[in-house]
Ligand binder design. Structure first.
Ligand code: HEM
Length: 260
């Protein structure tokens, strides 16, 4: 028999994955579940694309890299815009099922942590939040030790003929990237001399800004929904989230703006 839409996409299984826990169930819990599931699917796609982007950069394939950036950035816009939908839920509507979430929280999203690692935000604490010996811990540990997008970008620059300092190419991959004056000097010459390579830099800035935008919008959504209450994940909630704002992923690309 010819393959059907449902069979190819496994729609039957997919539509069974939404299981509200509240009595009734409460009307808004469906939206809450579907929104999170859609986020996780997009996280999966973004991770897939960043893995690909790293390879394209390291192979000095500028055109496919730019196209992949465009795809990732477009998905990121959708991720930010999606928050508008959850904001149609009032604080009381959320409260009607919130206790059924118990201690679960987006804080535990392992794909979000993979994404952070891929983007160079290498917090060891994040890894410790996952139980050692589990498949999730193993996967995250692997991501913790591998090159971030920034590391692949530095290799791209080296392959384009730029004199990238050895310390940057051989840095400890289990740490976040620190700002470096040497790299900033190099980047300033990229912006002045090579529009195409500078376009790659600008797409990295787009990505950095997009992630910061998501964090800000998520925080405001949380604030309007639960105020200053503790998070279900056990943090101080909005106060904790405020501490994650305005932290650039690629500090050198922001620092050079003062100097043109
Ligand atoms: C009404 C909706 C939501 C509320 C009230 C909410 C609330 C919170 C709170 C309070 C935290 C802090 C950790 C904690 O103690 O739980 C948090 C973290 C987080 N949430 Fe949400 N959230 C909502 C929707 C979402 C959605 C749709 C996503 C998408 C996957 C998401 C992803 C995350 C992530 C990734 C973190 C960790 C951020 C970090 O540690 O930097 N949240 N959320």
């Amino acid at each position: 028999m010819a393959l059907t839409y449902s069979e190819y996409l496994k729609i039957d299984g997919l539509l069974k994955l939404q299981e509200p826990r509240s009595d009734g169930p409460e009307h808004d819990e469906m939206l809450f579940i579907i929104t999170h599931q859609v986020y996780e699917l997009w996280f999966k796609q973004i991770i897939h694309e960043i893995d690909y982007l790293k390879l394209r950069l390291e192979a000095k394939e500028t055109a496919p890299a730019l196209n992949t950036f465009k795809r990732i950035l477009t998905i990121l816009k959708v991720l930010v815009a999606q928050l508008d939908i959850l904001e149609t839920m009032t604080p009381l509507e959320f409260l009607s099922f919130r206790e059924r979430l118990e201690t679960s929280s987006g804080f535990q999203s392992h794909q979000f942590r993979v994404l952070e690692y891929l983007l160079g935000n290498k917090s060891h604490q994040t890894l410790e939040n996952f139980k050692k010996g589990t498949p999730l811990h193993r996967e995250l540990d692997r991501r913790f030790r591998e090159r971030s997008l920034w590391d692949s970008f530095l290799r791209y620059l080296a392959n384009c003929g730029y004199d990238v300092p050895t310390f940057a190419l051989q840095r400890d991959l289990t740490t976040s990237v620190d700002a470096s004056e040497d790299i900033q000097t190099l980047l300033k010459s990229v912006y002045r001399e090579d529009f195409l390579v500078a376009s790659i830099c600008e797409r990295l800035v787009d990505l950095d800004e997009g992630m910061q935008e998501w964090r800000y919008r998520h925080l405001k959504m949380v604030e309007r929904t639960i105020g200053n209450k503790q998070g279900t994940g056990g943090s101080t909630g909005v106060d904790y989230l405020k501490g994650t704002l305005f932290k650039p992923l690629f500090p050198d690309l922001w620092a050079i703006r003062n100097e043109f």
